[in-house]
Design a protein around this ligand. Structure first.
Ligand code: DQA
Length: 138
């Protein structure tokens, strides 16, 4: 069975409450249950942190044994050389995802420190971006 992990960065624990016009009304915990039911033949775990170093630690922990990482580093996407370096350092392929289309938003959201070392990038499809990322691994 393929082993995937979804890693969400800062403020994504507030999905459902946070700017629903941008990020929708569903909590990630609820959506994660939908994903697990939709992909019963894949083992998917979920990790969220608001702390940059914890995200780097998780990437290092899973990044030499898991089959895939689905990473929404949220605001750290645009600021974190450390997370970008961790994605480069590990051997597990990483798909970068975003709920919103970051290219249609403020200029500072147009740059990603992750994209250059990601297997691919999926953005702008709402929570379905995670679904599409899982499909890319199977
Ligand atoms: C986000 C986009 C980022 O620019 C933002 O900082 C987030 C969420 C998204 O999923 O659309 O927190 O990664």
């Amino acid at each position: 069975m393929k082993q995937l992990i979804i890693i969400n960065g800062p403020n994504l624990n507030l999905l459902g409450k946070r700017e629903p016009e941008v990020y929708g009304h569903q909590t990630f915990e609820d959506y994660f249950e939908v994903l697990k039911l939709k992909f019963p033949k894949v083992s998917i775990t979920y990790f969220q942190s608001n702390i940059e170093g914890e995200i780097i630690g998780k990437l290092q922990e899973v990044g030499f044994s898991y089959d895939g990482v689905i990473l929404n580093a949220a605001a750290y996407t645009h600021t974190s050389v450390g997370i970008g370096d961790a994605v480069k350092a590990i051997t597990t392929p990483v798909v970068e995802v975003h709920i919103s289309n970051t290219h249609s938003r403020e200029d500072f959201r147009h740059h990603s420190y992750i994209a250059a070392n990601a297997k691919g990038v999926i953005l702008g499809f709402g929570l379905q971006s995670y679904d599409l990322a899982i499909q890319s691994f199977i």
